[in-house]
Design a protein. Structure first.
Length: 193
């Protein structure tokens, strides 16, 4: 998210949280502990900038327990169809697009230059790494991780494709068939690892 700080309005980021190395500044923004951030900014909307879906899910649960609310980051340089649904906690970075009748769930990250085509559904805490392409009619379960440059496209025109929760798709993979829950797939076409 640091690359996007310049795109935000001045003072749009109150603090960055780092439990390992607080008490510093990054791009002119204070870096503090979670306790310090919650004490000073509990009522501001929060975003979780962790790429790992499991870690992001755990961090969100911790923040919810402590009364935090969540915002969204939608880059001014992203394309969002008028009927696309983007949940709180989601982050859509520059160059990405979410097209008609698609849904991006809570805590999802669409990194730079991702494409989510029509009638797709991304469950909570999905991570799309840079340059991913998600064709139409794809359903992704919660906490799925898609590696950089991967393409998810149903084998036949008009069909749908499902990727189960907690699945991991390798960088550059071409997924044309359903992927079961918790599976790891890679290659062209993608096969179980």
């Amino acid at each position: 998210m640091l690359g996007q700080l310049a795109e935000l309005a001045p003072n749009a980021v109150a603090v960055l949280v780092d439990e390992i190395a607080p008490d510093r500044e990054l791009c002119g923004v204070p870096v503090v502990s979670l306790d310090e951030a919650l004490a000073a900014h509990r009522n501001l909307p929060w975003l979780i900038a962790l790429g790992d879906p499991q870690s992001r899910s755990l961090a969100a649960a911790k923040l919810r327990e402590r009364g935090a609310t969540f915002g969204r980051f939608l880059s001014k340089r992203a394309y969002l169809a008028s009927d696309a649904r983007i949940a709180d906690g989601a982050q859509v970075f520059a160059g990405s697009s979410v097209s008609s009748n698609s849904e991006v769930g809570f805590g999802v990250i669409l990194n730079f230059n991702c494409s989510v085509s029509h009638d797709s559904h991304l469950g909570e805490f999905v991570t799309l790494s840079p340059g991913c392409t998600i064709a139409g009619r794809v359903r992704m379960g919660a906490r799925t991780f898609i590696g950089a440059g991967a393409t998810i496209a149903p084998r036949r025109l008009g069909q749908s494709l499902t990727i189960g929760p907690d699945a991991i798709i390798g960088a550059g993979a071409l997924v044309i068939n359903d992927v079961p829950q918790g599976a790891r797939f890679a290659g062209v076409p993608a096969r179980p690892m």
